[in-house]
Design a protein around this ligand. Sequence first.
Ligand SMILES: Cc1ncc(COP(=O)(O)O)c(C=O)c1O
Length: 371
Amino acid sequence: MDVFFINYKSMKAFIDLASSYQKHQKEMEESIQKVLLSGEYIGGSMVQSLEKELSSYTQSPYVVTCGSGTDALMLALKAFGLKPGDQVIVPDFSFIAPAETVRFLGGEPIFCDIDEYFLIDTHSLESWIGPKTKGIIAVNLFGQCADYEALSLIAEKHGLWMIEDAAQSFGAQQRNIYSCNLASISITSFYPTKTLSIYGDGGAVFCKSKFHADFIRAMANHGSTERYKHKYIGINSRLDSLQAAILQVKLQYFQEELLLRKSKVEHYNQFFKDYDFITAPAIKEYNTSSYAQYTLRVSSRDQFIKVLEKAEIPYQIYYPIALSHQACFSDLLQNPENKNTLQACQEVLSLPLCAYTNVEAITEKLKKALA
Ligand SMILES: Cc1ncc(COP(=O)(O)O)c(C=O)c1O
């Protein structure tokens, strides 16, 4: 069997992760030193103060950091009491983690189609709700949030809980509310390529209720509420103090980097206006984006890829296969044939985007290659 490793070479060309570190190197190293000398390597004051800052940024009242965005989803599902056989509606076009965690805990993901903005389709969603449906995981893809006003109405009508997967949308807003505060439990990821990122794995759960936050904090720490007293069967999923120290520095410059990302997106959008086989990403009027990815729709993608490769412009396909068509879900015997999802899988293509991407150089090369 082939074993898949992360291809750092291609990722490095796609997204320049080191430049943010170089820009704030002195502060980061001071912050790291502080942790190394403190003797507090897991949890402790650095993590506590970070959680307060995340709460103040997002306005979410309770924040619990943890080991990854995937763990955050798992913890949120446990907080909602997911049981084997329970059904949870997830978008068919997404990173796998929402569907994967539901299945990992014995639940059944039900794959809903997306709309033209790559977000869970609130019009067809209700048709998937049945007697076993317990909740919805809405994914905020490529930086913008699903429609939580419409989703909340559906969830309330059918007595469902809802999780906001904000792994790709930290910093975005919807109707003036920050992402990570749009559902009773929200989650995010600090994976290195995310908008707010660290140099390793990490994540956080954002809760509107103290009850959920206390439960999640205990679950992430071996189900323990007091030292060596274990109330639940839990896991070990905690953020390292070193990563918390890095995140605190990054959070100070986050807004500045978000604006830089926005200016890169505007440059790309302007450029692609002249090419009618390409559709630039659109943002709904009540959303702002965190610009996690710059994802185009390209009607003749294979041909465009040849142009990019010839011009040595890096690209990624997020995501090439509908989740419902993944081998790991074949036992579910669901063949939803979600039209918009299948079309997106054929058309999407993401170009390099971070606060320090040289988009002018990319579009210049592309202009020549397309001439
Ligand atoms: C939408 C979405 N949800 C969840 C995750 C999982 O986050 P992590 O990689 O930190 O486990 C990701 C990561 O890419 C994601 O994109």
